[in-house]
Ligand binder design. Structure first.
Ligand SMILES: NC(=O)c1ccc[n+]([C@@H]2O[C@H](COP(=O)([O-])OP(=O)(O)OC[C@H]3O[C@@H](n4cnc5c(N)ncnc54)[C@H](OP(=O)(O)O)[C@@H]3O)[C@@H](O)[C@H]2O)c1
Length: 290
């Protein structure tokens, strides 16, 4: 099938090309080839490619920077999604889109359901929520997968930062009072490919919003501990630094991170896909980073 992929140079974009290109005609575009915040570029590209489905892996993802760059964050995360969705609706093409746990305030004590009250705490989360709403307003044929704590062999992410720091330092402080679910971008990409194929087979999907992330919640400190243990086992790092548990107050950021962004994954059964088994996937990523 013919798939139009935006944001092909990001973590998810690159993983999607890896998992889907061999079997499908994936036409991927970087921001230099298709800027989704430009309505005319969006219309032209979609008309030119004539895809069966659109996968939106493009986003403004600089969480802290978005506080000063509000206009750009909304241009990409809200308007970009709106333009894609409007064109897709005109041509009856479905859109698979990705959103974030940052739409929540992180004050829950049990895993968030897709239907739970949103309350973003910063511009990034608010712009992503605005994108979800713009998508739902423009078309009915959409899937939103909210994900979290994305890592991969590509780009910048927590796993690669921890590996770098382990090579530079003997001691490290990592936040231990924020909980979430690490997610391998390759697992998310595979699920999106499966959804594309389900649509190809049935010309239908159970449209709507879902959560997709790793199966085992942890803290950043717990995530770091697992990264170091596996990286040492695989010979990616020579020694494990002393890992101190610190509080969010000891590591201030311009945007407050959600304390608890664990997402409930039961609704994934409706999509007939499985959650990301992130520890196994982390092992594979470390193998590739060797
Ligand atoms: N990373 C995480 O931890 C995380 C957590 C929760 C949800 N998510 C969501 O997951 C999705 C994928 O994230 P990711 O980690 O793969 O992000 P990423 O690595 O930052 O990639 C995002 C891509 O979007 C492209 N992009 C930015 N502005 C664009 C524009 N105007 N037009 C077209 N492309 C544009 C960027 O291209 P250029 O670099 O060429 O500008 C970049 O390659 C996003 O929707 C994100 O919000 C991510």
């Amino acid at each position: 099938m013919r798939i139009l992929l935006t944001g092909k140079n990001g973590q998810l974009g690159r993983c999607f090309l890896d998992v889907a290109s061999a079997e499908h005609d994936v036409l991927g575009f970087g921001s230099d080839e298709l800027d989704i915040s430009d309505a005319s570029q969006v219309a032209e590209r979609i008309a030119q490619v004539k895809p069966d489905i659109i996968v939106n892996a493009a986003a403004y993802t600089a969480v802290d920077k978005s506080e000063e760059d509000r206009e750009r964050a909304y241009a990409v995360n809200e308007l970009g999604v709106k333009y894609l969705a409007e064109q897709a609706a005109l041509l009856d093409i479905p859109v698979i889109h990705v959103s974030t746990d940052y739409v929540f305030d992180g004050r829950a004590v049990t895993p968030y359901l897709p239907s739970d009250q949103t309350n973003p705490q910063g511009v990034y989360g608010a712009s992503k929520l605005a994108g979800e709403k713009a998508l739902a307003a423009a078309t009915t044929k959409y899937i939103v997968l909210r994900t979290a704590w994305v890592f991969s062999e590509y780009g910048n992410n927590f796993v690669k930062t921890m590996i770098r720091l382990a090579k530079e330092r003997d001691t490290l402080g990592v936040v231990a009072d924020q909980y979430g679910c690490p997610t391998y971008a390759g697992d998310l990409a595979l699920v999106i490919k499966q959804l594309c194929e389900q649509y190809q087979a049935k010309h239908d999907l159970p449209w709507g919003g879902y959560h997709y992330c790793g199966d085992m919640p942890t803290s950043w400190h717990g995530f770091a501990r697992t990264i170091f243990a596996l990286a040492k086992e695989q010979g990616v790092i020579e020694s494990i630094p002393k890992l101190n548990a610190i509080s969010s107050d000891q590591y201030p950021t311009p945007v407050k991170r959600p304390e608890y962004s664990v997402m409930d994954l039961k609704r994934l059964d409706e999509l007939r896909v499985k959650a990301s088994q992130w520890v196994g996937s982390l092992n594979q990523v470390l193998e590739r980073l060797k």
